[in-house]
Design a binder for this molecule. Structure first.
Ligand SMILES: [Zn+2]
Length: 380
């Protein structure tokens, strides 16, 4: 990356998997890295100090939500995301396109951009590629993402040819928008991700990667995945696109958070991830462990004195029992959701720490087999 304050140095490799140092103006991120999701500028119920303690290195915020409330001018006036939120480490914002297209009937997409009626006040809003960049330049993250047209792989009642034609049209529009985003982007202290589309068609994914890379971005994100497709299919799409991307640029798979899916994507050369799963699952009492998901609300944990997971160094496991966390969640006590989120975040961040170490020691393949075997066993 040629931007001021940025770098991407690969320090270890095993097959497709790689460990790298991603330098930013706000610190170094060791990849593969997981980015906790701070939609409105906060990871729900978890403070910046706690995130640092859990080993988080970089956070993701949502462009669309911050544009709606409090507005990028407010964030910019308070020192951008770093000053406004108190998280002084690196930030990434998504383009907002995904959240807008998920508004369904409220959205119309044209060559100019996306137009939608705001769920906040019903008023019409427009987001063009240029506007998406302007909002992100004002928010001031270390990484911005180009606006893309993102849709479901298959609509209800749609046949394969129809889905492919739609994916192809979205890909072509995304390429035209990518070019506009690149031209609009001015900040030298902010790196820009190009975003890949192509639905669930390998040749389209390859083409999207080839042509987006030809435009020349600092880094690349696989978009339009993690929408319910089968893991094997998603991995085939990521692998096909990755072969067309420059090895010297970071690669980001959006919206993936299950342990087995993270490891599979790391194995094919993915460097960055984000997902709401750790916090969302935590709030529902579904806790990640190396032996699969532990549903702590179950009656069997009513008097269980053990931590969620033996050997976990998170604040929930160091101090509290399954019985207590279950009790808090059943009582609707907010501490229960917080402790569960802290555990799930630490689990995910620690999984990636272990993955980085395994790659550096060239034992990543056996590490993945061990983790998969453990996950299949089920919690005790
Ligand atoms: Zn824990």
């Amino acid at each position: 990356m040629k931007r001021t304050g940025f770098g991407f140095e690969i320090v270890a490799q095993e097959g497709g998997a790689r460990v790298a140092r991603l330098s930013t103006p706000h610190g170094v991120v060791e990849t593969p890295a997981f980015m906790p999701v701070a939609t409105f500028g906060a990871v729900r119920g978890v403070s910046p100090d706690e995130l640092a303690g859990l080993g988080a290195q970089i956070l993701l915020a949502n462009t669309y939500h911050l544009h709606e409330r409090p507005g990028e001018e407010v964030v910019a006036g308070l020192g951008g995301l770093h000053g406004f939120t108190g998280w002084r480490g690196p930030w990434l914002t998504d383009s907002g396109g995904f959240q807008i297209t998920s508004l369904g009937d409220r959205v119309t997409v044209s060559e100019q951009g996306v137009s939608f009626s705001s769920p906040l006040d019903g008023k019409r809003r427009d987001l063009s590629p240029e506007k998406a960049i302007a909002v992100q330049e004002a928010l001031g993250p270390d990484f911005a993402v180009a606006l893309d047209e993102c849709g479901p792989a298959r609509l209800v009642g749609e046949d394969e040819d129809g889905a492919r034609r739609r994916a192809s049209a979205a890909l072509e529009r995304t390429l035209r928008w990518a070019e506009r985003c690149r031209r609009a982007h001015r900040r030298g202290d902010q790196a820009l991700f190009g975003i890949l589309q192509g639905g669930i068609d390998e040749s389209l994914r390859r083409r999207s990667a080839r042509e987006t890379a030809a435009l020349g971005f600092d880094a690349y994100a696989h978009g339009g995945l993690g929408l319910g497709e089968e893991s094997a299919l998603r991995e085939a799409m990521v692998a096909a696109a990755t072969r067309e991307l420059p090895a010297s640029a970071p690669r980001y798979l959006m919206g993936i958070g299950r342990p087995e899916d993270l490891l599979a994507a790391i194995a094919i050369g993915t460097d960055l991830f984000d997902c709401v799963l750790p916090t969302r699952n935590g709030r529902h009492g579904n806790l990640f462990t190396r032996r699969g998901v532990l549903h702590v609300r179950n009656a069997r944990y009513r008097s269980d004195p053990r931590p969620i997971e033996e050997g976990c160094d998170c604040p929930a496991c160091i101090r509290h029992s399954r019985a207590y966390i279950r009790h808090l969640l059943h009582g609707g006590e907010s501490l229960g959701a917080r402790l569960a989120s802290l555990h799930n975040l630490r689990f995910t961040l620690r999984l990636l720490e272990d993955a980085r170490r395994a790659i550096a020691e060239r034992r990543f393949a056996s590490f993945c087999s061990e983790v998969r075997a453990g996950l299949d066993e089920g919690p005790r």
